[in-house]
Design a protein around this ligand. Structure first.
Ligand SMILES: [Cu+2]
Length: 298
């Protein structure tokens, strides 16, 4: 091996180890694969993955069929084949085109529609069932340019008072129980995105939106903002930590005690929380920027 080749090999090895290092240590929870979606750490994430995988299979299948059809047409219609011209508007052609389109539409889109409706009704939008769970953890989330404020009720179970736990870009939740969010925005539209839990929900000024999931493993995961919300949009990166139930309870008790000591009733900006709006009580609205009252709208 000459000197140049050795230098090239050394450079290649260095680059490979750099890439490997970046991939392996960029996130506290290493992904199982560098391909595909972030690892699914939630109870219902498999529903989303199934829809995506099934769609990919259909698309690949159609691609292969189209390629085979084109290859056949190219081979068949060679110089020995006399060209025929038509506008493709005969009854037969129209019927075939409509039939194939309808088949693809009903099989691919129909499947997505049918299964995603079941997923939404039984899991993702079934906020009432999530909230009813006796161990459910309720969190109010205030999105603003450019951070996430999270609020947990203290031991009294009520929001927006002295014993609340309030955190910045740092959400901690227990494993294995529903984590239910009510989300507000103080300024523009943001979007609360938890890629490892396959959930995403816009934070809308003037209203409260909801999102819930169950974490099935402990670890640290990314929180992202999925709406371009201004010049520092990229800064809305937070950390969601899933703890064992006992660790979570200890953390919550410590934080609540600390917060009660530091509570300043005169600091109005810190009182941005609202009275929890149970699922089924109608559409919740709130002037999040000024900590206004929650009203029931239409
Ligand atoms: Cu944002």
């Amino acid at each position: 091996m000459n000197t140049q080749m050795k230098a090239l090999a050394a450079g290649g090895t260095a680059l490979a180890s750099l890439l490997y290092g970046a991939l392996a240590f960029a996130d506290p929870v290493p992904e199982t694969s560098i391909w595909g979606l972030p690892r699914d750490a939630s109870q219902d994430g498999h529903r989303i993955d199934w829809l995506i995988n099934v769609t990919n299979i259909f698309v690949v299948l159609l691609f292969v069929v189209m390629c085979a059809w084109m290859a056949y047409a190219v081979a068949k219609h060679n110089e020995k084949h006399k060209a025929e011209y038509d506008h493709g508007d005969s009854k037969h052609h129209v019927a075939v085109a409509m039939g194939v389109s309808a088949l693809i539409f009903f099989v691919v889109d129909g499947n997505l529609w049918f299964n995603s409706t079941i997923d939404v009704n039984t899991a993702f939008w079934n906020h009432a069932a999530a909230e009813k769970h006796p161990e459910a953890v309720l969190i109010e989330l205030n999105a603003h340019q450019w951070a996430w404020d999270a609020r947990y009720a203290g031991p009294d179970g009520k929001f927006n008072n002295a014993d609340d736990v309030v955190t910045l870009n740092d959400i901690r939740v227990p494993k294995g129980v529903p984590i239910v969010f009510q989300i507000a925005s103080a300024d523009v539209i943001h979007s609360f995105y938890l890629p490892n839990f396959r959930v995403k929900q816009d934070a809308m000024p003037g209203m409260i939106t909801r999102l819930w999931f169950v974490a099935k493993e402990a670890g640290e995961f990314d929180i992202g903002c999925a709406q371009h919300c201004g010049t520092h949009h990229y800064k809305m990166k937070g950390r969601l930590t899933v703890l064992e139930v006992d660790d979570y309870k200890r953390w919550h008790a410590e934080m609540s005690a600390q917060r009660a000591r530091a509570f300043n009733p005169k600091d109005e900006n810190a009182q941005w929380g609202w009275e929890w709006k149970s699922a089924g009580e109608g559409h919740a609205t709130k002037d999040a920027a000024h900590g206004g009252e929650v009203k029931s709208g239409s």
